[in-house]
Design a protein around this ligand. Structure first.
Ligand code: SAH
Length: 275
């Protein structure tokens, strides 16, 4: 696998560590988060986690104008839940990229029945050669947080869009000047979180035009309340699991606090290449 080896002095982890994290946590994410590893959208607050994740996907797909026949790249595809939906229900052809070998296996299995409409590759998106002008939509659901050089990544994918093609970015957001945000970034292996404004600025710098932008918090925070409930029920397990899991549970509390205090937001941005 081609890998970005950018390991800056300010980070104590590399892209290899991020892949290993997802290998190590694959079973936990599958068990506690289900088919998807992304925030849910809670419209009434009574949705369960599966319903809320589906609402989030439908919301972002609506913003990005997903249509049958589109050629989509799902960058950081987890264990294939979104690829399954975009190919199986929306009728798109989808390329899924993940940096984790375990996720790659799970994703291929989850999408077995969609042979011919989906393909997966084990790849570091920051080092990946996207086909120039090859995609109608490049979908980044909670993956850019892990990228070391986001401006370079956005420049690259802007050139991988067909004329009129769209970039969708959904991302945990906050200012790295804030200590809580720094701690969230460290615990969840994100070199940096960005604010919505930072994303918009760098995406516009590539020449793409912003089509929609929004910041959510109250509508997504229940995601972490549900995680905290799961962890509480399984707390007996923490004593026998590696320390990284305990650290992760601290991260869950910081997410809850951050969304409620306004230090964290959930940004959804859609940008388009000119026709
Ligand atoms: N988009 C998925 C998973 C989000 S979790 C979902 O919505 O369910 C973050 C994902 O980004 C994981 O699949 C992880 O393997 C992937 N990822 C992180 N850094 C990456 C990189 N440099 N290249 C490719 N994938 C990466």
């Amino acid at each position: 696998m081609q890998e970005s080896t950018r390991l800056s002095g300010t980070h104590s982890f590399s892209s290899r560590d991020i892949g290993e994290h997802y290998d190590q946590f694959a079973w936990a994410y599958r068990r506690y988060w289900g088919d998807h590893i992304h925030h849910g959208l809670f419209k009434t607050g009574n949705e369960d986690s599966e319903q809320s994740q589906r609402l989030m996907l439908q919301h972002c797909a609506g913003r990005a104008g997903v249509q049958a026949g589109m050629n989509v790249a799902d960058v950081g595809c987890g264990h294939g839940g979104t690829v399954n939906l975009l190919a199986g229900e929306y009728g798109c052809s989808v390329l899924g990229l993940t940096i984790s070998e375990t996720q790659l296996r799970l994703a291929r299995k989850a999408c077995e029945s969609l042979d011919g409409k989906v393909r997966f590759e084990l790849a570091d998106a920051e080092a990946y050669d996207f086909q120039p002008s090859g995609f109608d939509l490049i979908w980044n659901m909670e993956s850019t947080e892990h990228f070391f050089d986001k401006p370079a990544y956005f420049r690259k994918v802007a050139g991988a869009l067909r004329p009129g093609g769209k970039l969708m970015v959904a991302a945990w957001s906050g200012s790295m000047k804030d200590e809580l945000v720094q701690n969230v970034a460290r615990i969840f292996l994100c070199p940096e979180l960005w604010t919505l404004e930072e994303y918009v600025h760098e995406i516009e710098a590539t020449g793409l035009k912003i089509v929609s932008r929004e910041e959510l918090a109250a509508e997504v925070v229940r995601t972490w309340d549900i995680s905290a409930e799961h962890i509480h029920k399984s707390r007996w397990m923490l004593s026998i699991l590696p320390a990284t899991f305990t650290e992760f549970t601290k991260g869950i509390e910081l997410m809850r606090e951050g969304y409620r205090s306004g230090q964290l937001k959930y940004s959804i941005i859609v940008a388009a290449r000119a026709d």
